[in-house]
Design a protein around this ligand. Structure first.
Ligand code: DQA
Length: 146
């Protein structure tokens, strides 16, 4: 039975309200409901969002004792800054798909480096919230092949 953890970093709790021209009008709760409704019935999805780096590190470290099939991670601004969260991910070595709602490569230069992409089986950027659905499919396909 696949178990997927969906992690969202800082400011993604403001989804639907924050810069809607970039991130759209859908809230994080709506995204969670939509992903859950469309996931295969045997798949369990768990959601966690934090604005606190230490809290996110502890959530990722918890995977050492409670492993999951894969994680969908939008690290938000931590993508470009957080060696500490990267180290947590490399310690746990989950099946990781990195998601960005916007096309970070089309934006400011500081958004074009990621501390996570080389740890991920796939990186999805610029597909809006569909990126989370694609990420789920990618992890499920990967788990069938491995
Ligand atoms: C983001 C892109 C990041 O650069 C930004 O800091 C975010 C959201 C995205 O989903 O497009 O918070 O990860």
């Amino acid at each position: 039975m696949p178990e997927i953890l969906v992690l969202n970093g800082p400011n993604l709790n403001l989804l639907g309200h924050r810069e809607p021209e970039i991130y759209g009008h859908t809230t994080l709760d709506d995204l969670a409901n939509d992903l859950t409704n469309k996931a295969p019935s045997d798949t369990t999805l768990t959601f966690f969002q934090s604005n606190h780096e230490g809290e996110m590190i502890e959530r990722i470290q918890a995977l050492l004792h409670q492993p999951v099939t894969g994680i969908i991670f939008n690290p938000g601004a931590w993508t470009h800054t957080s060696v500490a969260i990267r180290d947590a991910v490399s310690s746990v070595k989950p099946v990781l798909v990195e998601v960005h709602i916007s096309n970070v490569h089309q934006r400011e230069p500081f958004r074009q480096t990621s501390y996570f992409s080389d740890l991920a089986i796939a990186v999805i950027a610029g597909c809006g919230l569909n990126g989370y659905h694609f990420a789920l499919q990618t992890i499920l396909n990967h788990s069938k092949d491995h």
